[in-house]
Design a protein around this ligand. Structure first.
Ligand code: GLV
Ligand code: GLV
Length: 319
């Protein structure tokens, strides 16, 4: 029997994929909450495969204490919760779920952009408080997306999907990443800029890069200082790309106009300063949170494990 541990409840269609496999014991965490470290270690004993969540820290210590685990299939495209170097050294396979997350995450970036540009949550709260006294020419003015420049930080799959949507809204695209992307330039007329030029040119910045040592804290006080005072920053990637305290300082000093955030530096904690600002729209790390997409993420993670068990090539292997 090969034990497969799923560290949290996931959509049933994904679990059903294991149903017709012989010699497999499926163990799903009975708790719909993050596992404590010791619970994760205990439940992982004897498991060949672990279908892990972003909150599960899969580090060298975990791998040493759970030597039977041969594959870690993350329920996410991001894998910053996993120590890849430690996995490589120990020949533990790591897999993720790209592609299936792309559209939902890009939709969330646009939702946040539109939400801050058109002050949707402020307006909703005003109506609910009974403060809506009729519209007027100067009432609740926001800004257009049309004609504005969207800066994509990290033109990968998700960045590209955000840029495509933004083109349909009449936005111009600039981007910055390690190397220029001729395809994005040809398709979207996107302009490649250095980080400083990018900050100066963007009316909206959409953060779409993975969290790495290079990207961590890229959006700090100095970076915000180089942005337009009218600019908005949108983050659907990972919280630590933005220094939250610096963002609060920049917003309170008027260095930028607002922010739309789906991810936070110390999730699930959110900086108190952000909670107090009406020009900040806060989503609860829900970029991929649609029924369809979460089913697809689960199925893709399961397929990575099933391929391993069958000795086939793993569709989305990271290491
Ligand atoms: C979500 O945060 C993901 O990485 O898929
Ligand atoms: C980034 O996470 C991507 O899929 O491009």
């Amino acid at each position: 029997m090969k034990k497969i541990l799923v560290t949290r409840r996931i959509p049933q269609p994904a679990l059903d994929l294991f149903g017709n496999m012989d010699g497999v014991e499926l163990v799903v965490s009975p708790h719909d909450r993050p596992l404590a470290r010791q619970e994760l270690l205990d439940m992982s004993q004897g498991a060949t495969a672990v279908l892990s969540m972003l909150v599960d820290k899969i580090d060298a210590d975990y791998m040493d204490r759970c030597p039977d685990v041969k594959i870690v299939a993350n329920f996410a495209v991001g894998f910053d919760n996993i120590d890849l170097e430690a996995a490589r050294e120990r020949k533990v396979i790591v897999a993720n779920t790209p592609d299936v997350v792309t559209d939902a995450t890009a939709d969330m970036a646009l939702a946040l952009m539109l939400g801050v540009a058109r002050r949707l949550v402020e307006g909703d709260q005003l109506v609910r408080k009974g403060e809506f006294k009729g519209t007027s020419p100067m009432f609740m003015l926001g800004v257009d997306l049309k004609g504005k420049t969207l800066g994509i930080y990290g033109m990968g799959r998700i960045g590209l999907a955000v840029a495509r949507r933004a083109r349909a809204f009449g936005m111009n695209i600039v981007y910055t990443k390690r190397t220029p992307d001729p395809e994005a330039e040809a398709e979207l007329g996107a302009r490649y800029l250095s980080f400083d030029e990018f900050l100066a040119a963007s009316d909206f910045v959409s953060v779409n890069a993975p969290l790495t040592e290079q990207t961590k804290g890229a959006f700090n006080y100095q970076a915000f200082g180089k942005m337009k005072k009218t600019a908005y920053v949108i983050n659907t990637a990972r919280g630590p790309l933005i220094k939250e305290a610096d963002l609060v300082k920049a917003l309170s000093e008027g260095l930028i106009a607002g922010a739309g955030l789906d991810v936070y530096e110390k999730e699930p904690l959110v900086h108190q300063g952000l909670l107090d600002m009406p020009n900040v729209l806060l989503a609860p790390h829900a970029g991929t949170a649609t029924w369809e997409t979460r089913c697809d993420i689960g199925s893709t993670a399961a397929e990575n494990i099933i391929a391993y068990l069958k000795g086939e090539e793993i569709p989305h292997r990271v290491v």
